[in-house]
Write a protein that binds this ligand. Sequence first.
Ligand SMILES: *Cc1c(COP(=O)(O)O)cnc(C)c1O
Ligand SMILES: [Zn+2]
Length: 402
Amino acid sequence: MYRLVCVHCAAEYAPEQILYTCERCGHLLTVSYALDDLAVTRDVWSERPLSVWRYRELLPVQGEPVTLREGGTPLYHLRSIGREIGVSELYAKHEGMNPSGSFKDRGMTVGVSMALELGMRSVACASTGNTSASLAAYAAKAGIPAVVLLPAGKVALGKVAQALMHGARVIAIRGNFDRALEMVHELCLSHGLYLLNSVNPFRLEGQKTIGFEAIDQLGGCVPDRFVLPVGNAGNISAVYKGLTELHTLGMIDRYPMMTGIQAAGARPVVDAIEQGLAELVPDPDPETVATAIRIGAPVNAEKALAAIRKTGGTAAAVTDEEILGMQRDLARKEGIGVEPASAASVAGVRALVERGVIDRDERIVCVVTGHLLKDPETVVKQCAPPVEIDADLRSLLSALRL
Ligand SMILES: *Cc1c(COP(=O)(O)O)cnc(C)c1O
Ligand SMILES: [Zn+2]
């Protein structure tokens, strides 16, 4: 049993209402469960495979979900990078290992399942890329049409390729992500499509399982810190919300410091934290090589600021050079291939350790959010091209300087 509750004024709504914002105050809604009545234990969960659906008692879906087997992603111990930074307990949860290659799949398995349960027959989103790739795949699995709005020219090649191949109607607008989101929100309200951006309360329910899995993978230990790249700030809010539920259920007894990392050219959440603002000031013109977090007006900022402040966490910005440098380090020193936005979390840890904000004794889980192959163009720009030679051994030995 659950209700939809406004995060701002606590107004309550019945779960079957198609609603993305509070009718009273316009703020976002969140899913609130009757946790006291919930009969669930860690033992029940640990008997199931590691996946989003291990935690189904804390998910809103009643029937059979629309699933492509999302979640259950590896948690890697970053031994080499950790040694360099001086943090021995540094981990990366590789969300690029989800079916469509990003954590958005955790949200979409729940979001598209709810779309069907609510009787919706078409879905839509605005996207910096990964949301569209994921929605297109889950809509295909569900057998319903999807419409996706992208900022023209600002979406990584692999993500557009996925949205197109999975059969979504892909529209590129001459404007940025924030404008695309306003437009698709209006479209959904006026034409009855189901909106699956992170304003959708059900989608974030799926994403909170990143935190559940990481704790399970650490043998039930709560890390000292969770570090996430922040775009719309849905993911960091979702992970924190999940932790509050585990806390209420008595499954954890403390909170990790929730830490959000943004790019230097798109850092409204960092500014709000550093300046102690109650509300964030949108950036009309965000810019970064990490296109997945190229967002100037994060819709979940209110929840994210609360998550960071209540857990004694922080927010920090890293430059595009730091992001790309860490993308290369993860690839070359750990064998982990991620897209630029994902590397921001680990780059942020390095920067915060150097600034003395993060203690070297901390046990830290970085969420790396999307796969290397999402953005091949940014990879190719950073690496020397293959050496082309004649097809004989002498040329090969000479090219290898042997
Ligand atoms: C969506 C996305 C983000 C940002 O997540 P938010 O919930 O919008 O803060 C970060 N990295 C990647 C790869 C993403 O796809
Ligand atoms: Zn309200």
